[in-house]
Design a protein around this ligand. Structure first.
Ligand SMILES: Cc1cc2nc3c(=O)[nH]c(=O)nc-3n(C[C@H](O)[C@H](O)[C@H](O)COP(=O)(O)OP(=O)(O)OC[C@H]3O[C@@H](n4cnc5c(N)ncnc54)[C@H](O)[C@@H]3O)c2cc1C
Length: 267
């Protein structure tokens, strides 16, 4: 049986986010949030494993309370339990402080597999999986596209995608895997699932009163990294001129002529 914990992040929909050029910070006002799309792929893998081998899927997010909507979303997909880790003491956490709080939360759960997404769309460090595994001292593998549970050996056999090859690994449980983005299609939300959990076991909120974490290890105090500045890369305005045909010599001559005309190269 697999007792799976999945980490999801409630992120601003970055396709709508802009940077304030004066302060260099994200303009979050009026921007809706969504479950990090790569985490929906992780939830999908966890649900498929649960359906095949039995067990439970618990989903955790460390976030302000608005992320309850994200937990409800994945419960609608079929997860059994949702835990919001939320406290003002966690604010300003970098990846180290975030992974510490997540690992300490997970330690309190009866799990044998942790599943994360590949990375987030708002910070994309891909730090959290490796750091949580390191806090918990459990094996970790990244870019997983397939997983099978081999119960009698207490291992999970995973396929990992490289640029031009697949690798197969066997990890002793408990273990942590990060699922490669786009490797599975997340299922739709069922209203029945959402209602069932709302009535039977509503989402739990765990504050630092429950977790009792050392103040110097969480939030800003536990964060050795500081974001100094964000700069937007200026958008290149494209002319969308395309050479038609498959004569390479002609294409090269056409390109050189264009670059000369634009003053981008000199002969
Ligand atoms: C100095 C500094 C200050 C910061 N202050 C803030 C702040 O005040 N508020 C703020 O919102 N962010 C803040 N951040 C960003 C925050 O540290 C990261 O968003 C967070 O640690 C997760 O890292 P990531 O998004 O790069 O996740 P990645 O490492 O790219 O995520 C990998 C996977 O880990 C899991 N995961 C990631 N985050 C969570 C989470 N929170 N809960 C559960 N699972 C998760 C998901 O499965 C995800 O796919 C700050 C960062 C720095 C460096």
């Amino acid at each position: 049986m697999l007792n799976i914990v999945v980490g999801i992040k409630w992120v601003p929909n970055t396709t709508l986010v802009n940077i304030d050029p004066r302060t260099g910070t994200l303009i979050r006002e009026g921007i809706s949030s969504i479950v990090n799309p790569h985490d929906l792929v992780a939830v999908e893998m966890a649900l498929r494993l649960k359906n095949e081998y039995g067990g439970t899927v618990t989903v955790i997010t460390m976030s302000p309370p608005s992320a309850i909507a994200g937990l409800e979303h994945v419960i609608g997909m079929g997860a059994d339990r949702g835990i919001l880790v939320s406290d003002r003491a966690f604010a300003g956490a970098d990846t180290l402080a975030t992974s510490y709080a997540l690992a300490k939360t997970m330690e309190r759960l009866d799990y044998n597999l942790i599943v994360f997404g590949q990375e987030t769309i708002d910070s994309s460090t891909a730090h959290i999986g490796a750091q949580v595994a390191s806090w918990l001292k459990i094996p970790y593998i990244y870019y997983v596209t397939e997983a099978r549970y081999i119960e009698d050996r207490n291992i999970i056999r995973v396929k990992r995608a490289l640029e031009n090859a697949y690798e197969t690994y066997e990890l002793e449980l408990p273990a942590l895997i990060s699922v490669a983005m786009h490797s599975l299609n997340p299922r739709r939300v069922s209203i029945y699932n959402k209602l069932r959990v709302k009535l039977e076991s509503p989402i739990e909120t765990w504050s630092n009163e429950i977790l009792g974490l050392e103040k110097n290890c969480i939030g800003l105090k536990g964060s050795p990294t500081a974001l100094a500045k964000i700069e937007m890369i200026p958008k290149v305005l494209r002319k969308n001129e395309v050479f038609k045909g498959n004569d390479v010599k002609k294409a090269a001559r056409w390109l050189v002529k264009k670059l000369l005309e634009e003053g981008l190269i000199e002969i």
